[in-house]
Each structure stands twice: as C-alpha cells, then as structure tokens.
Design a protein around this ligand. Structure first.
Ligand code: A3P
Length: 315
C-alpha cells in the first residue's frame, strides 16, 4: 500500500472515538456560513490555512465530498509511485516525513499548526481538498501547482452523502431521506452547497493548470481516465502499469483492503461504487426538483455539459 496509511487509519480511529462522546449539536461548526466537521477541523485551522504555501510542483486533488475523492487519491498516488522519475528512496523519505510531521489527508483538516509543518514535507506533495476555489489559499493560484477536479452527478452524490452522514459517528444523523434531501438542496450539509461548489469551479474550466474529470468517465474507462491524469501531471508510466493500477484501485480491490487503508471508516466509505444508485431513492418530486436546480445553476455551462446530466440523471 503506497504512502502513509497507518497515519490515516489512526486519524479515523481517533475521530470515531471522539464522535461517540460528542452531542449531535456539537458535531459541526460554521465558518463563513459553511458547515465543517468539528472533530477534524476548526475555525482556527481554516483561518491558519491562509498561510499555506503552495509549491509549483504540488498536486492538488479537489472534489466535493462523496464524489469519489478517496478513489482518485489512491489512483493518483499509485500513478505517481509508478512514475519512472520517482525513486524508491524519495518515496520512503516522503512516507517518513508524513508520519513525523503528523499531516492530515485533507488540506482543511487538522490543527492550526499543520500549515507550518507542511512546509517541511518533501516534494512532490499530493494534497486533497473538498473546498471550492474561492475558499482555497491564494498561494495555490499564485503558484504553478496543478489542480485535478473530480465531479460526480448530483443525484448519486446526494445519496452517497446521505449514507455517509447517517453512518459516520462524527456527523449528526438525519431522521429520514426526505429531511436530508431538503438539507442537501439548501446546502445545509458539511462543506456547504454542492451547487455553489460547482458554480465556483465552473469559472475555472479554461484555466491551463486545472483539469476536470468526472466520476462517471472514470467508471466507464478507467485506463483512459488514468492516461489523461498521467499526461496532465507529466507522469511517465508503462502500459502495463496502467493495467496493474486499474486492478489495484477497482472498487472491489479497494473495498477488500479498506480495513488496512481506512480502518473503521472503510465499511462506510466503500458502499456501492456505482453510477445510478439514485434511481432507488429519489421520489418523482425530488427528481424534478433536482433537475430544475441543476438547470438553474449549471444549465448551459461548460462544466454542466461535461457532466452529461441527461445521460446520468434522467430516469
Ligand atoms: P457510494 O456511496 O455511491 O458507493 P469519497 O471518497 O469522495 O468520499 O466518495 C465515496 C464514493 O466513492 C462512494 O460512493 C464510494 O463507494 C465510491 N468509491 C470509492 N472507491 C471507489 C472505487 N474504487 N471505484 C468506484 N467508486 C468508488
């Protein structure tokens, strides 16, 4: 398993045990009008994030929660490890530094001191975030760091987030899907509105250092998707590497290894891994409401077109 999984498992285990002690009303905090989980971040951390210093060779992986960000992270880490330019020594050095510096799996996670510690991480840093561009530290856009944005259709994202919310002890549960649906549509969930997130990213579709990929295209042809990612970041791999990595990062393979890679969260995270699960959950009225909202927010936009809503979100 590449990189520092033990540390991630430990963070998850700590979160689970803290979550059991926190009352539901204390599980989220609001910062600039957006909710975040209190067990893994704080207003002080989000303030301190402004001091984060991006590097030209940083790899930034962005995506709203539940769009497949853990999958993408694993894919990119494996592609990077297989890059002929990365030596085993460098890889070992990075794993040790991540352990020693107690880094976190998301840019917005951890204690306020994390951004100082991140300065000591050797390159190349792979940094994940659920934040939209206007909330990211300015240094990311001032540097030459490349950003890979992952998007997923809103209906499957909503269903995935619902199950996550109701199974993660660090998030408050909803009493019903209907209650949750209203909260999701109004952006009253962790990391705020799915639609605002995408409308902000839509402003960057022509940015030369940003590439957008959909969960659905990665599901449809993972090898092709991985080749696009490798070309974007300048990773050089052999044809057989792509096939090996596709096998290692299939839903089944990642689910089987999830205890080792994600601890207790594994069973919650690797749920179904399919396109179209929303069809079992959405009512007719909810479908219509989502269709209207998507049209209102992303209809006629470049990002909206990339997402192929008509293909993935129509019954
Ligand atoms: P479902 O809940 O629909 O199954 P994130 O990592 O951003 O939290 O996203 C989680 C979603 O990605 C879950 O969706 C999960 O099953 C899916 N996922 C995780 N690993 C995957 C893989 N290897 N292939 C396809 N989907 C995967």
């Amino acid at each position: 398993m590449s990189r520092n999984r033990e540390r991630i498992v430990k963070i998850m285990e700590d979160c689970f045990s803290q979550g059991e002690k926190i009352p539901a009303e204390g599980m989220l905090f609001s910062y600039r009008g957006i909710l975040y989980p209190a067990t893994i971040s704080s207003p002080e951390t989000l303030e301190a994030m402004k001091t984060f210093e991006a590097r030209d060779d940083d790899v930034i992986l962005a995506g709203y929660p539940k769009t497949g960000t853990n999958w993408l992270d694993q894919i990119v880490r494996e592609l990077e490890s297989a890059d002929v330019k990365c030596t085993e020594e460098e890889m070992k050095e990075r794993i040790n530094a991540e352990k020693k510096l107690e880094t976190f799996p998301r840019l917005e996670f951890g204690d306020p001191g994390i951004y100082e510690r991140m300065k000591k991480l050797p390159s190349r840093r792979i940094i994940q975030t659920h934040l939209p561009p206007h909330l990211l530290p300015l240094s990311i856009f001032q540097s030459k760091a490349k950003i890979l944005l992952l998007v997923r259709n809103p209906k499957d994202t909503a269903v995935s987030f619902y199950h996550f919310y109701n199974n993660m002890p660090v998030l408050p549960s909803f009493t019903s899907w209907d209650e949750y649906f209203t909260a999701f549509m109004n952006g009253k969930v962790a990391w705020g509105s799915y639609f605002d997130h995408l409308m902000e990213w839509n402003k960057y579709t022509d940015h030369e250092r940003i590439m957008i990929m959909t969960y659905e295209e990665l599901k449809e042809d993972q090898i092709l998707g991985m080749k696009r990612i490798a070309a974007f970041f300048g990773f050089s791999l052999l044809e057989e590497d792509f096939h090996r990595i596709a096998k290692n990062t299939s839903f089944q393979a990642m689910k089987e290894k999830s205890k080792e890679t994600h601890g207790k969260m594994g069973d919650i995270l690797f749920r179904k891994g399919v396109v179209g699960n929303w069809k079992d959950v959405f009512s007719k009225a909810q479908n219509e409401e989502m269709d209207r909202k998507f049209q209102e927010c992303l209809g006629g936009t470049k990002l909206g077109a990339m997402m192929k809503y008509e293909v993935y979100c129509k019954a």
